[in-house]
Design a protein around this ligand. Structure first.
Ligand code: WTA
Length: 630
């Protein structure tokens, strides 16, 4: 696939993608390997919604990630894996080796009863076997549902049950910094609530002793010993589901975002090449976890489709010290580096002493994703990591969009700190006001929507299509609603200002306030709770919980510790509130709705500017809350 090389070319491509979208995308799709080409490029309406790309086509994404490259770059490194412990040896898998491992593991899946269309849950550390398992699912046409290995047994069970998975792939444990996490024990606990799971395939990683259930649990290495390495890829329809990935929304439990095969594939490679301006031979490193969409699209699929060398890092940025990222960049001569603003802020806070020992001169492009980047962090990243010569690509996108939507193209688009700048070709963003009217012109703000389909967009929410319609397509007629607020400046550059719904973005992780409230409320002493986000120096947003208890609390510290344990058990440590305030009442309207606007102000330290509180059932609760604010 050819990439855009100049701003003029970007403008021409963009104009063409809007004027003749089907021709435009058919042109991109042509560079892939198809068993059979499509009959129609696009059929769509946003009312149902019903979006179909490349219908009639037959393909397999792993044929395009692996087999397609074997002749030209079979011996090139596909995956470089960097272990948590800097003294353990790293691993390099060539395209040939990766292909072989994927074929073998595909056969393991088949011999354990997996078929096309089955849902398979992956709960694994950041090791090459996770990528192998993802690709093996895709190769046999099974649907992967990767669950981030920081989620609790309860969250894991909920996701397994929602997608009725029949196989779970996990490891004995995971290394993360100084910690060792017993993944298999968490799976065992979760599976007590799941009856659809027939097999658990366990990778040996930490070598700690684990329980193996006779007839259900098998070891990865034993299954792989005498199995054939020949496995032709299954011919999939363009719109067959490739994967499910759970993500949080404003209400209810996390929903399973469904992505399908052909459109996702075309957009993953197109966006990867163009945003990062990937060139053959570049070493590319995205620090995300494969448990999130960034890892799916820009550790596995995008880079492998492009035939790149993609790096996987098992550990954390602070271990053994805050220079780890930069140590890895120098050691592996990384050219393109992609991380989250929260990591940049955390490392910035540790001081330049951890950056100075490193050259960082292999870097050409640096990127960010997951949350708005503040100006200070942007400047620090630009100056001290990119040495004022690497463009920063501030990439805005979502689990639901499948790929990067608004971002500079590295070295091509002008940069503006804190701005994601311009949409990629094929992406038609618009801003909408409170009445649902599109806001024209520049120097304006509104809710960010997308008004035309793009190939990697969400197709449905697993098992509940109505929810998909409600959440994304019902707020504004004929538009996909992102949930984000946005500003368009005088030059038409976009700046994402953050969520406008009840989702908080903590260290780049999406967390629904309702989910945290539900978790807190399961603690016996809590009667009711309300959770809001507030600005946090490192995490972007912190979690502030207001709780009402059923009795006088004698020891608040004990109560708070118990709430944190509860949230960790129900969701996972990422959802633990940073602050908990015990209150006697919550600000409610006469119809019983909690006025979160007031709580957000209190949590943000702006309690003196609460606006109109006259519609509250009992305005006096506000003063009490203000007095107790942390
Ligand atoms: C936020 C991550 C500002 C946004 C790929 C979005 C961003 C949510 C940016 C999606 C960015 C992501 N600037 N905000 N560059 N990138 N976001 O689904 O609020 O984990 O809606 O996907 O992260 O988070 P998700």
């Amino acid at each position: 696939m050819k990439k855009i090389n100049s701003f003029e070319e970007y403008q021409t491509e963009y104009a063409r993608s809007v004027a003749t979208p089907e021709l435009f995308w058919a042109g991109k799709a042509n560079s892939f390997y198809w068993y059979k080409k499509w009959d129609s490029v696009l059929n769509w309406n946003f009312n149902e919604p019903n979006v179909k790309w490349f219908e009639g086509g037959k393909l397999n994404i792993t044929e395009n990630c692996l087999d397609r490259h074997l002749k030209k770059r079979g011996d090139k490194t596909a995956i470089t894996w960097v272990p948590n412990d800097p003294n353990e040896v790293s691993r390099h898998l060539s395209y040939k080796e990766l292909h072989r491992e994927v074929c073998k593991f595909s056969n393991v899946l088949r011999s354990n009863g997996a078929k096309k269309g089955d849902r398979i849950c992956l709960y694994m550390p950041m090791v090459p076997e996770l990528a192998i398992a993802v690709l093996a699912c895709a190769r046999i046409g099974a649907i992967h549902s990767v669950v981030f290995a920081g989620f609790s047994a309860q969250s894991l069970a909920d996701r397994i049950n929602d997608a009725t998975c029949n196989i779970v792939i996990t490891a004995d444990g995971a290394f993360r910094g100084v910690k060792k996490i017993g993944l298999k024990a968490i799976v065992d606990e979760g599976l007590q609530q799941c009856d659809t799971v027939k097999k658990v395939i366990v990778l040996e990683r930490t070598k700690e002793e684990v329980f193996m259930q006779e007839g259900r649990d098998v070891w990865w290495h034993e299954e792989m010993t005498s199995i054939s390495d020949i496995r032709p890829a299954e011919a999939m329809n363009s719109e067959d589901t490739l994967f499910i990935l759970y993500t949080s929304g404003s209400t209810g439990k996390p929903k399973g975002v469904v992505h399908t095969t052909a459109g996702y594939m075309v957009y993953a490679e197109y966006s990867f090449r163009n945003v990062f301006q990937y060139e053959d031979g570049d070493v590319y490193w995205c620090t995300a976890d494969i448990g999130w969409i960034t890892g799916h699209s820009y550790i596995i699929y995008g880079p492998l489709l492009a035939g790149a060398t993609t790096m996987m890092f098992e550990g954390v940025p602070s271990y053994p010290d805050a220079g780890r990222f930069w140590d890895i960049v120098d050691k592996y001569q990384v050219n393109i580096f992609y991380t989250a603003p929260t990591a940049i802020r955390a490392l910035q806070a540790k001081g330049l002493g951890f950056v100075k020992p490193y050259k960082l001169d292999s870097l050409k492009v640096i990127g960010t994703v997951g949350e708005p980047i503040n100006e200070e962090a942007w400047q620090w990243y630009y100056e001290h990591i990119g040495k004022e010569k690497c463009p920063i690509v501030d990439t805005w996108w979502q689990t639901e969009t499948g790929g990067i939507m608004i971002s500079p193209l590295a070295g091509i688009t002008d940069l503006k700190p804190t701005y994601a700048t311009l949409p990629l070709p094929g992406i038609q963003p618009c801003l909408v006001d409170g009445d649902g009217e599109e806001i024209d012109g520049n120097n304006v703000s509104g809710n960010l929507c997308i008004k035309y389909p793009w190939p990697s967009m969400i197709r449905t929410t697993y098992g509940d299509h109505e929810r998909c319609r409600q959440v994304y397509f019902s707020a504004y007629q004929d538009k996909y609603f992102t949930g984000d607020g946005c500003r368009r400046d005088e030059n038409g550059f976009y700046r994402i200002t953050g969520r406008v719904d009840d989702v908080i973005n903590v260290s780049g992780h999406r967390i629904g306030t309702a989910e945290v409230e539900d978790a807190i409320n399961t603690y016996e002493k809590v009667v009711e709770s309300a959770v809001v986000g507030y600005p946090h120096e490192i995490k972007g947003q912190g979690i502030y919980a207001f709780v009402i208890c059923d009795e006088e609390i004698k020891n608040e510290d004990t109560l708070k510790a118990a709430i944190l344990t509860q949230v960790t058990q129900v969701i996972g440590p990422i959802a633990k509130p940073d602050k908990i305030q015990v209150v006697s009442g919550l600000p409610k309207t006469r119809s019983g709705k909690i006025m979160r606007r007031i709580l957000r102000k209190v949590a943000s330290g702006e309690a003196n500017n609460l606006g109109d509180v006259s519609t509250l059932l009992d305005p006096s609760v506000v003063d009490k809350i203000k007095q107790g604010a942390i």
